[in-house]
Design a protein around this ligand. Structure first.
Ligand code: ADP
Ligand code: C5P
Ligand code: MG
Length: 229
């Protein structure tokens, strides 16, 4: 793992740990946790790049979509709501998503992750409002939004490749088009909101995985004080 130039990520963790007693509870542990949201169209490459942030920087990757897919199984009313939304490519009510995210962020923080990357959230206005109204996320320090900008035709191509592997039920052509529509209507305004707040770290995501990784590190430089050699 290459750490050079990312000392500030370690400093994040030291700040967080400073002044923390031995018997620190989860809410206190969460207090100064650094969060980076990650957005982009379906198939933009969020999961792929977040996995690299996890392996190469030791950051935690928490994917809202993966948490929801894991929670769709089971006979509860909530599982049925999740399954119905996933099948339609619709956005799950924030109370449900937030409960899953809170637990995963808390776990990552307790493991000592210097930054928790929350992938696929906030996806719409309901997600933003839910996050901002939640007392449990108040202490989390949201550093910005890592945004992957990829044209629709490339998104559809990538989803078709992933769909062929049978990895996911929502990668068929019709649901993919619907998810892109939901992305344009519900998620783009959220991307614009963070841009207006000066919190958007934008990456051109059309290139191959290595190229996008290089651009990702470049985009993150102001955040982590990266000085790649
Ligand atoms: P997201 O999490 O944004 O939906 P993924 O990381 O799952 O996107 O990527 C979608 C599909 O495209 C996967 O099959 C992945 O292997 C592939 N992929 C990811 N990044 C690239 C890239 N830069 N070039 C080509 N294919 C990619
Ligand atoms: O991000 P990902 O492509 O894995 O998301 C898959 C699906 O999970 C979305 O199409 C949507 O149905 C659901 N989702 C959601 N709310 C989020 C993130 C994902 O409802 N914040
Ligand atoms: Mg993903």
């Amino acid at each position: 793992r290459r750490r050079h130039g990312y000392d500030e990520a370690a400093a994040f963790a030291r700040d967080r740990d400073r002044g923390r007693g031995a018997a620190t509870g989860p809410s206190e542990a969460e207090e100064h946790a650094r969060v980076l949201f990650c957005l982009g169209g379906p198939g933009a490459g969020k999961g792929t790049q977040c996995a690299r942030l996890e392996h190469e920087f030791g950051w935690a990757h928490v994917s809202a979509g993966e948490l929801l897919r894991a929670a769709r199984a089971g006979g509860s009313e909530e599982s049925r709501v999740i399954a119905d939304c996933l099948d339609r490519g619709a956005i799950v009510p924030v109370a449900v998503t937030l409960r899953l995210l809170r637990r995963a962020i808390d776990e990552a923080t307790r493991r000592g992750a210097p930054v928790v990357v929350v992938d696929g959230f906030p996806r719409n206005a309901d997600n933003v409002e839910g996050w901002e109204a939640d007392a449990a996320t108040k202490g989390l320090d949201v550093r910005g939004v890592l945004f992957y900008d990829v044209p629709h035709d490339v998104l559809l191509q990538r989803i078709a490749v992933r769909g062929a592997s049978g990895e996911r039920d929502d990668d068929d052509a019709e649901t993919a088009r619907r998810r892109i529509r939901v992305y344009e209507e519900a998620t783009r305004p959220i991307v614009d909101l963070y841009a207006r707040r000066g919190a958007l770290l934008s990456v051109r995501g059309e290139g191959d995985v290595e190229e996008v990784w290089r651009l990702t590190k470049e985009a993150l430089a102001p955040l982590v004080g990266a000085q790649e050699e």
